[in-house]
Ligand binder design. Structure first.
Ligand code: ZN
Length: 304
């Protein structure tokens, strides 16, 4: 990377500019960061997604660690022959976007051994966090450990573009043990003995847009450590241990707190025992909102 290449074009964002913005936001040397990034929101980054990771590593230094989710697609069970051929491994591309895929390929990066909820990490704690995250672990166990290790969440992009701060999953699935009624999905992967085995999804998910309801509570609890801009993107740093505490505290009083307000959200209206919708009302709302989408959906379900 050419360090003299500070562009005069305001629409191009250089590595140096990113480092300076990260410093202003409050990222420090040695930080353990869980990043959630909307690359598009930053603007046109010189060199693309890898430059963002370069800038993060410049900022945290060799004693720091950068982690991100780089989850892979799961398929309906029983698996079709075609999906059964797809073996999830270290290099399976992620659906989570450009930064996730840049992290997978980043020099000296590590990736979770978990067959579906794979985290990618670079830096001092990368190996420890990912190689202990296996098919036997809770899906978001990397984030749970990061809460205990003093980790911070760095969100680059507005809340409506990049929902949640990561720890809400840990509160829902690990500490409160909430369960969700979802169709059976899984992937094939190679186990320790090199045999192809099917791994079935075994955790509760949740709707990120509902997770944003916690943000005012994080603010009141002092869990937001810094707010500012990275390039053109509104950004914030939160303390993972404190956001988790806020979530556990709130959800133990009201488990339905994280449901979003979208009348068409399947996850929030139907999939939890405290969900507030009915399948028929939801289908009716879909039919009158967009008949074409409704029939395409029905057709997709029938074909599966
Ligand atoms: Zn929802």
């Amino acid at each position: 990377m050419n360090s003299d290449a500070v562009s005069s074009d305001r629409s191009t964002i250089s590595r140096e500019r990113l480092v300076s913005d990260l410093e202003k936001l409050g990222v420090q040397r040695g930080d353990l960061l869980n990043i959630k990034v909307s690359l598009k929101s930053i603007g046109h980054v010189e060199g693309g997604p890898k430059t963002v990771v370069d800038a993060l590593m410049d900022m945290v230094g060799p004693e720091g660690t950068v982690v991100t989710e780089s989850f892979v697609s799961a398929y309906p069970l029983p698996m079709s022959k075609r999906n059964a051929m797809k073996i999830s491994d270290r290099w399976t591309p992620s659906y989570a976007g450009a930064i996730a895929n840049a992290m997978i390929r980043y020099p000296n990066s590590y990736r979770s051994l978990h067959p579906i909820q794979k985290f990618s990490a670079v830096g001092a704690l990368a190996e420890e966090l990912t190689q202990s995250h296996t098919a036997a672990s809770y899906a978001y166990d990397v984030l749970r450990k990061m809460c205990e290790m003093g980790g911070h969440n760095l969100k680059i992009g507005r809340d409506d573009k990049v929902p949640g701060v990561g720890t809400t999953h840990v509160a829902i699935g690990y500490y409160l043990g909430l369960t969700q009624d979802r169709p059976a999905f899984g992937v094939n992967y190679l186990n320790e003995d090199g045999e192809v085995v099917t791994f079935e999804r075994n955790w509760a998910g949740g709707c990120g847009f509902g997770f944003n309801k916690f943000i005012p509570l994080y603010r009141d609890a002092g869990a937001i450590l810094g707010e500012g801009q990275i390039g053109n993107a509104e950004s914030k740093i939160t303390d993972m241990k404190r956001t988790l505490e806020v979530e556990i505290d709130t959800l133990s009083k009201d488990p339905a707190f994280f449901l979003c307000d979208n009348p068409l959200c399947d996850s929030c209206r139907l999939s939890w025992e405290f969900s507030d919708g009915s399948r028929w009302i939801l289908a009716y709302r879909r039919l009158i909102t967009s008949p074409r989408a409704f029939f395409r959906r029905v057709l997709r379900k029938l074909m599966r």
